[in-house]
Design a protein around this ligand. Structure first.
Ligand code: PRP
Ligand code: URA
Length: 235
């Protein structure tokens, strides 16, 4: 699974502002959108093209048109903020939402929305989710897409943890992963550190008090899940 960590200075600059805890939801959403343009441009760099004869005002020529049908697969909720930017890059893309939330105690993804039709309608799927933490949500979504019949899947995230990259490498070695940054680790609550906190809450302004804050309070079961992921990563 090739991991592509963007080296673009604009990505680094925008990510710095995104991470800052004083960045308000409005600015946060703008940055998610701008970062998605930049990562989307990089993630689609190897899409196939086909020759197509056209006529410019001056003369005929053979131009290149995008070959595969592309699907955007935002993982609800936080992936929603990446959709418009991708659609601006690729207005003909189909958007297929997958609803998953991460159980706070077990860190396992729980599916709640999936309206995919019986057979795949696109050849390339771009899974959109700002955070690749344990990798559970991404791996589950990619399982769904492969069963659906997607020939090729790419994951586009803003920040990944090494534990999540390892999980995805094992489950889906064929999937390219494009990120703005590879962070240091998960904390005992399964949040990426240094990270940016909760990407959904920061986009949508849904802060429900201290109990909902990343890293609030110990939970032995969750901490054990994270320790197991870290042991897998080391050995
Ligand atoms: C966040 C994030 C990912 C998931 C990543 O979503 O947007 O979907 O967690 O964690 P994982 O790699 O450990 O699976 P969350 O469950 O908080 O739902 P939300 O987007 O609705 O806030
Ligand atoms: N989900 C988030 O929004 N942030 C994290 O750090 C981990 C999961």
């Amino acid at each position: 699974m090739p991991l592509h960590v963007s080296q673009h200075p604009l990505v680094a600059h925008k990510l710095a502002i995104l991470r800052d805890k004083t960045t308000e939801p409005k600015k946060f959403r703008e940055l998610v959108r701008e970062l998605t343009w930049l990562l989307g441009y990089e993630a689609m760099a190897d899409l196939a093209t086909r020759p197509e004869p056209i006529e410019t005002p001056l003369e005929p020529m053979t131009a290149a048109r995008l070959e595969p049908r592309v699907g955007l697969i935002p993982i609800l909720r936080a992936g929603l903020g990446m959709v418009d930017a991708m659609l601006e890059l690729l207005p003909t893309a189909e958007v297929w939402h997958i609803g998953l939330y991460r159980d706070e105690r077990t860190l396992k993804p729980v599916e709640y929305y999936n309206k995919l039709p019986d057979a795949a309608t696109v050849q390339v799927c771009l899974v959109l989710d700002p955070m690749l933490a344990t990798g559970g949500s991404a791996a589950a979504t990619i399982d769904i897409l492969k069963h659906w019949g997607a020939a090729r899947v790419k994951q586009v995230s803003l920040i990944a943890a090494p534990e999540g990259v390892a999980t995805l490498t094992t489950a889906h070695p064929d999937v390219d992963v494009h990120v703005a940054a590879l962070d240091v680790r998960l904390n005992e609550r399964g949040y990426i550190v240094p990270g940016l906190g909760d990407a959904g809450d920061r986009q949508f302004g849904t802060f429900a008090g201290p109990a909902s804050e990343p890293g609030h309070g110990p939970d032995d079961e969750t901490a054990e899940v994270v320790r197991r992921l870290q042991r897998d990563l080391e050995g």
